[in-house]
Structure formats: C-alpha cells, structure tokens
Design a protein around this ligand. Structure first.
Ligand code: 4NP
Length: 177
C-alpha cells in the first residue's frame, strides 16, 4: 500500500506503469539546482542505498542556468551534513532530452511544474511531470517545497524535513510498499 494518499489519479497511474520496469529513472527539478533538487537527489540516493535496491536511478536539474557546474549551496550542504548526508551534485539545466532519459520528473513548486510543462517536447513527456507535494503526508501543512535561497536556517531545515518525508513516500510508491 502506498504511504501517501495525496497522489492524484494521473500520478498513481504513472507510478503503477513503472512498477514492472527494471529501472525507474527519477529526475528532481527546482529553479537553481543548488538547494532543493540536489537535496532531494541526495536524500533519495541515501534511501536507495540504505534499502539496497538497484532499480531506481536518480538525478536532479534546474530550470534556471545561474549556477551551472556548481556544487549545492553551502548552507544546504551544512544542513545536510548535520543529518549525515553529503550533497555533491553538480548543477545542470534541465533539457527536453531529460524527458526521454527519465520516467518521472518531479518539480519542487508550482512554478517549476509550470516551467517543466513549457519545456516538455510532447504530451507524453508532459505526462511524466509530477509535483513533489503529492508525496507529502496528508497531514503536512505544505503543498510545495518552499525555496530556501533567501531564507535562514529554518528554511533549510524545513526543506530537508519535507524532502525526507516526500522521498520516503516516493520510494515506497515506486517499490509498491
Ligand atoms: P533552488 O534555490 O531552486 O532550490 O536551487 C534557488 C537557488 C538559486 C536561485 C534561486 C533559487 N537563484 O536565483 O540564484
């Protein structure tokens, strides 16, 4: 059973269609690809390693091009390390070909999701776009992952809490647990 009941019908159908695949390729997307999506990428890698599964591949990218080639924001790396997580993704921009290379493309907020719809090369590609908040617990009082870039420490902690919850629920959904 899925741990989250926030999944809309289309997302539940998409995830169902991935269950029989040898590889489930997940791309996390935010604006800068230096705070939220590389954190989601690192958390999901940690869950996959901890659970010892080999059928989930993970990457992240940004809709913007401000920080290409850079490591994640120093503050996000520090907050991650406090939880035993090392975020070492190199920033890259999302491209139309990502829609061929990934099965599910997860935007952190509604503006990421809307930008992804603009970039998607076909209706089939658009079908792969999902909001991260669909994987939050029903009781969680957020319906997006807030951009921590102009926030203080609490903003980074909030993002990590939301992503930890969302990534565990995403993992369980992909693995049919
Ligand atoms: P992210 O945060 O989308 O979570 O990586 C941001 C990082 C950088 C900028 C905006 C958001 N920026 O404008 O440079």
């Amino acid at each position: 059973m899925m741990a989250s009941n926030r999944l809309n019908h289309k997302t539940a159908e998409l995830i169902d269609s991935l269950k029989s695949k040898d590889k489930k390729r997940v791309l996390f997307v935010c604006l800068g690809n230096i705070c939220r999506s590389p954190a989601a990428d690192g958390i999901m890698h940690a869950i996959v390693a901890e659970e010892g599964v080999s059928d989930i591949e993970i990457d992240s990218a940004g809709t913007g091009r401000y920080h290409i080639g850079q490591l994640p924001d120093h503050r996000m790396r520090v907050h991650g390390r406090r939880r035993g997580l090392e975020f070492d993704h190199r920033c890259r921009q999302v491209t139309a070909s990502d829609f061929d290379d990934f099965d599910i493309i997860i935007g952190m907020d509604s503006s990421n999701v809307s930008d992804l719809h603009d970039i998607a090369p076909s209706p089939e590609a658009e079908y792969k776009i999902v909001a991260m908040s669909e994987f939050f617990n029903p009781s969680t009082r957020y319906d997006y992952v807030p951009d921590p870039y102009y926030e203080g420490a609490e903003g980074f902690e909030l993002v990590l809490d939301l992503l930890d919850e969302g990534c565990h629920n995403l993992f369980n959904a992909l693995e049919g647990r």
